[in-house]
Design a protein around this ligand. Structure first.
Ligand code: ADP
Ligand code: MG
Length: 839
């Protein structure tokens, strides 16, 4: 077939048509048992996948056996390519001439469903972004769990924070948006890997997208989904689904619901804070190691481990909602027996969301259905456990009610599919005996064929009296009866002679041929029947997808709350009081991650007593290594934990709802890549000053350090003054600095000096790790140098120089800047302030 190809051969014309449909994707073109790639695709495959490049009629080509295609596709996706798969859409047996071929799917990072690339602990989001007026909308879709949501934002900054939180593997924007926001997109690209696609602007138009969503969800308006006042988000949503259907050839059948959420329901954690606080990824290597997630995540289902990531990055804002979660955590905390029992039961629950998605999209194999069934086996017992914890109301009760064992559906699987089926349908033997009489009979024929042939051979030997007569089989002739040359004359006439051999002859009988047809067609028919029955079962289960997804999500919630309860007990956390006050009171608080890591020293607990009055700004001085940064982060983490509904590492705590947490780490301290310039530090600081409110918590760790001393002190001081004095921006602030000069800030109402105690011994220093009122008396740099092993003579010389400098210093006046010439404005004007920073 291939030999006759020319560039214009019908086959190649078909290829060109598919290639056009595939657009920028690499085309896998099905030809019999192979996927072939031609031209530049072939060259690319040979380079990226190490495949042999061949040439036919001057056309470069490379081939992949169809059964190993998934692995190669995964590799290409991981390398950032898209892959279009063109299949034969007709059965070659029934078509004369060229079979039709079409692109049936385009695989991209966000559309892999049945792949080793999917990490069961994270969502795999596809996000579309749209901008209109001053509103930014995003649509997010996780095809592997069918989650689809639309959200809107007022600023590109909030939009980016949310995208950073979601970590999509693919982002779709209009060409216009890409042109206008290339800076923001670059920033995101710098932070994590995703595939960016640009689409013509008209795809995002309101009319078209709105209509598309109405048709997709079969409704007359979108108000039922809570999207009454939304437009930008809807544009993004319609564009995204249409793109996925039309460009990537993916069925939208399974997407049945649009969700929306307002980010104002959650504490705002901007991109930098998400990173600096190491909530789910360490700054060090991006792994889960030494993160808050690692400490809190004791979930035992994939659904739970995905949900806990969201909860950590989306702390709640309503004390009522938080208390509802706390009530549940408390139940799990107190009932260790039931909680432990639940672990065992939940561990047997597989990834229901992704299993059902595979069912709906037709990728589920026999083992997936069995996994689904065995996951449901423990549901009744899980439900009983949960009712045992909470029998009338609350989040545990509400979710327990959703846990329907779906007995009839699961029985269908156990009745039909064998307990340990093969991986693929084509491997056969997956349908139980007794399901289909026809299948049973065919199997009998198949299994008994050896016996039947042996019996038949014996019968013939007896009736002919030829002891050496054999019944045999080959591909050419099928079944035959063979005798040697000397016996040919003895053969009775009812045997039909078919072939004369050198040493004998071969015969057939109508009986044997009839049997042959039966046996040979049996295998084919068995395979077809098994496939048909399996597809029917799969389809039937697909009808219950909404219920199964609901159950999966209920299990996720239970799993996370149980995990919080387990950690609270193991680590001796307490239930914080969360209310609408402005308090931030922590008794004996600990850093959840550092206390859990194997420290050489015992973690020293510290208090915090912030409010919106006298204790608004903690100015924390102290030598390097004293524990300032740790304390700052500990307060922020405890606040986040409290608002996500978890218990906290403290002996008691009262947290008035915090709306935003800002974290800035001075340039010198920021280890993460690409963020080490003073300019970045200042831009970030400007952002805090614009966006902080009285309800915010601001963490400033050694800001101003990336520049000259006087600049640094001056900027740090004026930032602190601004936060202390500007109405509406009087956020609670934890300010760690090594500029001792700043301690005179205490004169301003709201600022309090703290330091972390150290004890000086003869020639060394012991860090006591205890935060106390007052200011650092010294910086102990030389002591730290000694601890770090600097040579003795360097230390001695440093001591000399220090004494000289200190003697000069003592003659100087204490740093106490003049009163501002321009009085702070009552209402701040954001742009003006920013200008005054940089002009
Ligand atoms: P600083 O910011 O003042 O230079 P860090 O917060 O980086 O100091 O802390 C220095 C080291 O001290 C860290 O390795 C940390 O593990 C340890 N540390 C900090 N606070 C405590 C504490 N309260 N108890 C025990 N170890 C602590
Ligand atoms: Mg520090």
């Amino acid at each position: 077939m291939i030999d006759s190809q020319k560039k214009t051969s019908p086959m190649m014309m078909q290829w060109h048509a598919c290639k056009e449909a595939a657009k920028t994707a690499v085309l896998f073109f099905r030809m019999g048992d192979f996927y072939e790639a031609f031209y530049e695709d072939a060259i690319l495959l040979s380079k990226e996948l190490d495949l042999t490049l061949t040439k036919r009629q001057e056309i470069p080509m490379a081939g992949i056996p169809h059964h190993s295609a998934e692995g190669y596709i995964d590799k290409l996706i991981a390398k950032g390519y898209r892959v279009a798969v063109a299949e034969q859409t007709e059965d070659p047996k029934t078509v004369k001439g060229l079979v039709n071929r079409e692109v049936v799917r385009v695989v991209t990072p966000a559309t892999v469903i049945n792949s080793s690339l999917l990490n069961e602990k994270s969502n795999n989001f596809f996000v579309a972004i749209h901008e209109s007026g001053s509103t930014y909308g995003i649509a997010l879709l996780d095809l592997s769990t069918t989650e689809f949501a639309l959200i809107e934002f007022d600023s590109v900054r909030d939009l980016c924070s949310e995208i950073y939180r979601l970590r999509p593997s693919e982002v779709l924007v209009s060409k216009k948006f890409a042109g206008k926001n290339s800076g923001s997109l670059d920033e995101l690209k710098h932070a994590f890997t995703f595939l960016l696609s640009e689409h013509d602007d008209w795809h995002f138009e309101k009319q078209n997208t709105y209509q598309f969503l109405l048709e997709q969800f079969r409704v007359h308006n979108l108000e039922g989904f809570g999207l009454k006042n939304m437009t930008t988000g809807i544009c993004a949503g319609g564009a995204l689904l249409q793109y996925i259907r039309d460009e990537l050839c993916i069925s939208l059948e399974s997407i049945k619901e649009i969700k929306t959420y307002s980010t104002s329901n959650f504490m705002m954690l901007d991109t930098i804070s998400q990173r600096n606080l190491e909530l789910t990824e360490s700054l060090n290597d991006g792994s889960k190691k030494n993160t808050l997630l690692q400490v809190l995540d004791k979930t035992c289902t994939p659904m739970g481990s995905r949900l806990i990531k969201h909860w950590i990055k989306q702390p709640l804002m309503s004390p009522g909602d938080i208390q509802i979660r706390q009530d549940a955590v408390e139940r799990f905390h107190k009932n260790s027996g039931i909680t432990e029992k639940l672990v065992g039961l939940l561990e047997s629950v597989r990834d229901l969301e992704r299993l059902i998605m595979k069912v709906i999209s037709g990728y589920a194999g026999p083992r997936d259905l069995v996994a689904l069934k065995s996951s449901f086996e423990n549901i009744p017992e899980i439900r009983t456990c949960l009712f045992g914890l909470s029998s009338d109301s609350g989040i545990i009760f509400e979710n327990a009610k959703i846990l329907d064992p779906l007995e009839s559906v699961m029985q269908l699987i156990s009745r039909t599919i064998v307990d340990e089926p093969p991986l693929k349908i084509a491997d056969g033997g997956l349908i139980r005996d007794g399901v289909s009489p026809e299948l049973d009979e065919l199997r009998l024929i198949n299994n008994n064929s050896k016996q039947w042939l042996a019996n038949y051979q014996n019968e013939l030997r007896e009736s002919t009296g030829i002891k050496t007569l054999k019944v045999g089989f080959n591909r050419m002739f099928g079944y035959f009866i063979e005798v040697s040359k000397g016996q040919v004359d003895k053969m009775p006439s009812f045997l039909e002679k078919r072939q004369t051999l050198v040493n004998g002859a071969r015969y057939i009988t109508p009986e044997l041929k009839e049997y042959e047809v039966k046996v040979l067609t049996a295998e084919e028919r068995i395979s077809a029947l098994e496939t048909e029955i399996f597809h029917k079962v799969r389809e039937e289960i697909g009808k219950h997808s909404s219920r199964i997804i609901e159950i999966a999500r209920a299990i996720a919630v239970i799993d996370v709350l149980r995990s919080f309860g387990e950690v609270a007990r193991a680590r001796e956390y307490v239930r914080p009081v969360v209310n609408d006050s402005y308090a931030l009171k922590i008794d004996s608080g600990r850093h959840p991650v550092i206390e859990a890591s194997s420290l050489s020293e015992k973690f020293v607990a510290n208090d915090s007593e912030m409010d919106n009055e006298k204790n608004r700004l903690y100015l924390i001085t102290g030598p390097n290594m004293a524990g300032k940064s740790t304390y700052l982060r500990q307060v922020a983490l405890i606040t986040i934990m409290a608002q996500m509904g978890s218990f906290v590492p403290a002996s008691a705590a009262e947290i008035g709802i915090v709306d935003k947490i800002f974290t800035r780490i001075g340039a010198g301290d920021d280890l993460s890549k690409g963020q080490s310039t003073f300019m970045v530090e200042m831009t970030e600081t400007a952002n805090i000053l614009h966006n902080a409110s009285d309800r915010s918590l601001v963490i400033l760790d050694e800001i101003g350090r990336g520049t000259g001393t006087y600049d640094g002190i001056s900027i740090a001081r004026s930032v602190a003054e601004y936060l202390l004095n500007t109405p509406g921006k009087q956020a609670k602030t934890l300010f760690a600095t090594h500029y001792k000069e700043l301690t005179t800030l205490e004169k301003i109402h709201g600022a309090v000096n703290y330091t972390i105690a150290v004890q000086e011994t003869k020639d060394s220093v012991i860090f006591l790790r205890k935060i106390i009122r007052g200011e650092a008396d010294k910086s102990y740099g030389i002591h730290v140098g000694r601890l770090a092993g600097l040579p003795q003579e360097v230390l001695a010389r440093a001591q000399e120089i220090l004494e000289y400098l200190e003697s000069r210093e003592s003659k100087k006046i204490v740093f106490d800047p003049p009163k501002p010439k321009i009085a702070p404005k009552k209402k701040q004007h954001s742009n003006e302030y920013q200008l005054s920073f940089f002009s």
